[in-house]
Design a binder for this molecule. Structure first.
Ligand code: BES
Ligand code: MN
Length: 455
């Protein structure tokens, strides 16, 4: 029997156990941004390390960083003539609030029909388990035809802040031919996809301070600038009516799209109507000169992630708040950098903030934008694997999300990332009721199994 067939049979025979292990992993609330979940984040790292050990990986270690640890493991038994593939993943997840919108406990994963529900099932514990289980099927049947190194971090959802230092310090250990990164997704269940680019991110907290305490709005209103109002005036001025961003110099380094790239964007199968439905909005919005796929994949944005000020409890209270806060982030494209973006935002605030308030800006985290190779032996092996499983050529698409490791691995290890993954646009990632489409997930495990033999 052909090698790959033995491994595929193993996947099919063990599918239910694979799912139950995924549920165990998802049950650990490894929310990287919250202090109270730090022990859970550690437990998730231990879960991954235990999996690597049971796969017979060598040098399995939970390596500390300044915040959450990196899990490492390798198997170099295929010898010098075989390629060395790094497999990247993250075991951390986003917060779950607003909790009341979940129909079940986000950390008690339940399967209903074709979906498994829970925080992180799609982004990206399901994808980590898909890679682990493809490798398990190979290890337990024919043995691995390639060398592999695992790099599974716990800070992806907060900008991979300490991964840079980690990669810098462990360059030799991390040496590889390329990195399989299953943290990107697919366009639709019947549309296998290879992601060719990601946006970067610069994330800020802006605070505006007014009076030294909340004030009676009747006693004082009319004599001072309300900080909530000042904040929203500042925020409102960050875009013009056409959706362009008004930070000084913001577009200076934005790489222009070639005619060919614009053609490729036009050919993608998602329609405006579908997108509208997917997002649940009455109308689309954004830069007029670009179609939505370009605006998501290849144009920068500035977003308000959250606003906070004053009295928001039940009923009414006549008050002028002492302060107001906005969480603001920019998605960036080549050749913008988070550092320049921060300077531009500060410049905007210096120029536009009124004398009536005081402001403070904090940079919370950053990630660089990336374009990756679209024609390499690794990409070909993945394209062929997807084609075998789905029976059609994969789509190539630039995505709007960010993954910090991609440029870090390129910069310090010289490794290109191959962006894959089996999450879908309607998986509710970062939203309530995150879910994973199980038939697509199983196909994904098979595709990764093919991938390793194709190499
Ligand atoms: N898996 C996503 C990134 C992604 C989203 C890739 C959509 C392709 C398509 C990843 O886990 C993520 O959400 N990253 C954060 C990173 C940020 C905090 C630096 C993001 O994009 O918000
Ligand atoms: Mn995410």
């Amino acid at each position: 029997m052909a090698d790959v067939q033995q491994a595929l049979d193993f996947v099919r025979a063990n599918g239910e156990r694979y799912l139950s292990e995924l549920k165990d992993f998802v049950s650990i609330p490894s929310i990287s941004t919250l202090d109270e979940n730090k022990p859970d984040v550690q437990r998730a790292a231990e879960w991954v390390a235990e999996q690597l050990r049971s796969l017979g990986m060598d040098k399995v270690q939970i390596m500390p960083t300044a915040l959450h640890p990196v899990v490492y493991g390798e198997w170099m038994g295929a010898g010098k003539s075989a390629p060395t593939v790094m497999i990247y993943g993250h075991y951390d997840v986003q917060p779950v609030d607003p909790l009341e919108l979940w129909t079940a406990d986000p950390f008690k994963p339940e399967a209903h029909d074709d979906y498994l529900f829970g925080r992180g099932v799609s982004d990206m514990k399901g994808q980590v388990v898909a890679s682990l289980k493809a490798v398990e099927a190979i290890v337990r049947t024919t043995g691995l035809p390639v060398n592999i190194k695992w790099l599974v971090e716990g800070e992806e959802e907060i900008g991979s802040e300490h991964l840079e230092d980690f990669i810098k310090k462990n360059k030799d250990m991390l040496k590889c031919d390329f990195c399989l990164n299953p943290d990107a997704g697919m366009i639709a269940p019947d549309k296998p996809t290879i992601t060719t680019g990601l946006r970067g991110l610069a994330y800020f907290e802006l605070r505006v301070y007014g009076p030294d305490k909340d004030l009676h709005s009747g006693l004082f209103g009319g004599a001072l600038h309300n900080p909530a109002q000042a904040l929203i005036e500042l925020v409102a001025g960050m875009h013009d009516r056409d959706g362009k961003i008004k930070l000084p110099g913001f577009y200076d380094n934005v790489r222009k799209l070639s005619k060919q790239e614009r053609k490729d964007f036009k050919r993608l199968p998602t329609s405006d109507k579908e997108l509208k439905k997917l997002m649940g909005v009455p109308a689309l919005w954004g830069e007029k000169k670009f179609i939505p796929a370009e605006r998501i994949g290849a144009r920068p944005t500035l977003e308000v992630n959250g606003l906070l000020s004053g009295f928001t409890g039940q009923g009414s209270k006549t008050v002028i708040p002492a302060w107001a806060m906005a969480k603001i982030s920019c998605r960036l494209v080549p050749d913008q950098t988070p550092e320049e973006t921060e300077k531009q935002l500060r410049k905007y605030l210096k120029k536009n903030a009124p004398k009536t308030i005081r402001w403070e800006l904090k940079n919370l985290h950053n990630a660089g934008a990336a374009l990756v190779e679209t024609d390499s032996p690794g990409i070909q092996a993945l394209a062929k694997a997807l084609e075998t499983v789905w029976g059609k050529h994969p789509y190539f698409k630039r995505e709007g999300g960010s993954i910090g490791s991609v440029i870090l691995l390129k910069k310090y290890v010289g490794a290109e990332s191959i962006l894959s993954g089996f999450g879908l646009p309607d998986d509710n990632v970062h939203s309530p009721n995150e879910r994973l489409h199980l038939p697509t997930w199983y196909k994904g495990i098979e595709a990764f199994t093919h991938f390793f033999y194709n190499l």
